[in-house]
Design a protein around this ligand. Structure first.
Ligand SMILES: [Zn+2]
Length: 95
């Protein structure tokens, strides 16, 4: 089972959310849609206009993303650490 590097990074380090235009209104509240710049997952929250509570939360994952869920968090971290040590992950920013 292969896990793509960008999926591995998001599963271990968390997504990098970037807000995008919501493609459909909500009758219940204000939609906030974000896309992960690393893996392409999209997240849609619907926010209450009265108190800011999250009324609904949905995710849409790219093909293959769920493969990473077959491994434990510890296994994913070990694979990520090995790939970083081997230089298989390109750093976006210098340390
Ligand atoms: Zn992601």
């Amino acid at each position: 089972m292969a896990v793509r590097i960008n999926h591995l990074e998001c599963k271990t380090l968390g997504h990098s959310w970037d807000p995008i235009a919501s493609n459909r209104p909500s009758p219940f509240g204000e939609p906030i849609t974000c896309r992960c710049v690393c893996c392409g997952t999209t997240r849609r929250h619907v926010i209450s206009p009265h108190d800011g509570a999250i009324l609904s939360r949905t995710y849409k994952y790219p093909d293959g993303y769920k493969n990473a869920e077959r491994m434990s968090k510890a296994e994913l971290r070990m694979v990520l650490a090995r790939r970083i040590r081997r230089g298989q992950i390109t750093r976006r920013f210098a340390a």
